[in-house]
Design a binder for this molecule. Sequence first.
Ligand SMILES: Cc1ncc(COP(=O)(O)O)c(C=O)c1O
Length: 357
Amino acid sequence: MRQATVYIDSEALQYNLNRVKQLAPTAKIVSMVKANAYGHGVKDCLAALADSDAFGVACLEEALEIRNLGFQQPITLIEGIFSADEMQIVIDQRIEIVVHHQQQLNWLRAHKDAYIAKDLKVWVKLNSGMNRLGFKVPEIIEVIHQLKAEGLTCVLAMHFANADADNHPLNEQQKNQFLQVKEACAPVLASCCNSAAIFKWPELNFDFVRPGIMLYGASPFADKTVHDLDLKPVMTFSAEVIALNTIQAGESVGYGSTFVADQAMKLAIVSIGYGDGYPRAFPKQNYVAINGQQTRVIGRVAMDMIAIDATGLNLTLGTEVELWGKNRLVDDVAEANGTIGYELLCRLSARPARKLK
Ligand SMILES: Cc1ncc(COP(=O)(O)O)c(C=O)c1O
């Protein structure tokens, strides 16, 4: 059996959810569980996140998975529906939709009475500068006024493009437009905070916050670790030593022979590779942790294996090597690979075993 495992720590998930509650005590929490709960496995995570007020996903398939697993909380489809036939399904399954263009408004209006009868809110998306989805000011003000007049309960929704950045000029523009629309449409429910915004702008928490990455114990900020933020890593990605070698000065390791030893050294071969979702890092340097101690990856990451520097380490066949987790933070691995923790977590392959702690 392949010796690579993704461990999910449900207590850490609950701890992080409680951190959201501390930071946004008056807001309802829409836990973002899209993309298979950021790669953590939605089935394992939903139970730990069951205290959430609602869940957020990116498409109907993800919402239906939540319902099929028996969870009855409200669900928000953050991009709305993509075709007319999805409207009846969202009503039957009590799933709330975002609307961000006219066609979606038409689909909603065709089923308006049934939607209202199920007590579903409609999330109306403001495009305040991210320029992906949404109505601009002043169109959104008109849309919300009309929907309210038709008997629908609206949530004004927006997403920040730079909530992780200090002093980005777009932040002020986005905030100002959001507040302007909120006031013009009052009373209206409101939601604009992802993880970074929950930490930075408590005054913007309003009715619903939408935490994602912080729930999973990774940092939304490049300059703050999860320890700084008092969050706990949820995923430990680990693999086992499957061979031990000694090489001499002048010998090389792995594809491309990119690493040449300048002295005799011990190597441990670990059963992990890019086929499992471990990043290739080339030409940068990866590190792993063993019993809390970090050591470097030697040579190129292959599809199924890596070599690590075992010199001076007490390793045997079967020793567990942490690729990321509590000792080697996923954000540090991401940084060394020119990416973000979100991507590494989401792009794990189906190959590693999954275990709930
Ligand atoms: C609309 C929306 N809200 C909230 C989130 C959660 O963001 P984060 O994971 O940075 O907390 C996302 C994630 O992409 C999103 O698209």
